[in-house]
Design a protein around this ligand. Structure first.
Ligand code: NAP
Length: 310
């Protein structure tokens, strides 16, 4: 079996940028696209904060261009998932179902996904008035009424940020107490543009047929009262889940499942590197993921020079 110099797991901004750098360093990387080809940007519409595109660019197009760039320099891309891995011995082993692949270094770039409410309308309206990222999409909601779902720090941060654009922000939370830190709560409570709707869940979002958000159906969990609230945007801010189940027991994860990196992009296993949203629960931006992807490729190259020179 050919032992690869580098296997990259994941095809979002982090994985593909790592591939561009690694391929240009002659590491002939093999990249597994995984279940969500192009990562979270492939689920978005217009991206206006990625440098180099003054008029914005559609998320899927940005990822297609990045993929072409990775292919141009010799990345081999497999439309397969990694289903199992063994980092306990060198060379490292990964499997896609029964098929085994071996490599001297690994870059994990499996990303994270936003927790969703689980409503059918959510998928249909994502990028059409429904968003999971205020930093990315707040700008599109100038002068509009918005609903933010959640009661944690993310929901408070996003609500406060969104008041720069929105005429009104209604925070819908399923309990009568916030989970957010006191300082973030106080900031939100003081903001005259933010109102709170307590003990309430979103039961539906209208109107997929019109391809835009027009209202939400709310249910008070204490009284069972059902109401409809007009709005033009919904931000779901109920947390993120890193896509790292595959690596449990192989590398160190923090209590929330994010990969722990000690120095730069190095994980707890020498020769295994990690980048992007599977590591980062703070910035979560395409451009920061891309930056970390570049770092991981350079760290892997340095590791190979020192430990497995060709
Ligand atoms: P989080 O702390 O897990 O809060 C998630 C919120 O969403 C909770 O209020 C939860 O309600 C609610 N929720 C979860 N599932 C739901 C569902 N299916 N339907 C309705 N509501 C649901 O997540 P987060 O706010 O993203 O924060 C994650 C971590 O990042 C935290 O450690 C946080 O402190 C940190 N963070 C820090 C900052 C900052 O300091 N600037 C900013 C953002 C995030 P319950 O309260 O009822 O469980």
């Amino acid at each position: 079996m050919t032992v690869r110099r580098l296997i990259i797991i994941g095809s979002g901004s982090a994985g593909l940028t790592a591939a561009i750098y690694a391929a240009r360093a002659n590491l002939s990387p093999l990249l597994f696209e995984g279940p969500l080809i192009g990562g979270q940007l492939s689920l978005t519409t217009l991206v206006e904060n990625y440098p180099g595109f003054p008029d914005g660019i559609m998320g899927p197009e940005l990822m297609e261009l990045t993929k072409r760039q990775a292919l141009r320099f010799g990345t081999e891309i497999l439309s397969k998932f990694v289903t199992r891995c063994d980092f306990s011995r060198h060379p490292f082993r990964v499997w896609s179902d029964e098929e085994l692949f071996e490599a001297e270094t690994i870059i994990i770039a499996t990303g994270a996904s936003s927790r969703m409410l689980g409503l059918p309308a959510e998928r249909q309206l994502l990028g059409h008035g429904l968003s999971t990222c205020a930093t990315c999409d707040g700008y599109f909601f100038r002068g509009k009424e918005i609903v933010v779902v959640g009661g944690g720090d993310s929901a408070m941060e996003e609500s406060t940020f969104l008041t720069k654009f929105a005429s009104k922000v209604s925070v819908v939370h399923r309990r009568d107490k916030l989970r957010a830190s006191k300082i973030m709560q106080e900031r939100a409570f003081k903001n005259p543009k933010i109102e709170f709707i307590w003990d309430t869940v979103v039961e539906d979002i209208f109107d997929p047929a019109k391809e835009k958000v027009t209202a939400v159906k709310l249910k008070n969990v204490k009284t069972d009262a059902v109401t409809e609230k007009k709005c033009e945007g919904v931000f779901v801010a109920i947390g993120h889940e890193p896509s790292t189940k595959l690596f449990q027991g192989q590398i160190e994860l923090d209590p929330k499942g994010y990969i722990v990196t000690q120095e730069k992009t190095a994980t707890s296993v020498k020769g295994v590197f990690a980048c992007g949203d599977c590591v980062d629960h703070i910035y979560k931006q395409a451009v920061t993921a891309a930056g970390m992807g570049c770092m991981a490729a350079m760290d892997a190259e340095k590791f190979l020079e020192a430990n497995a020179p060709h």
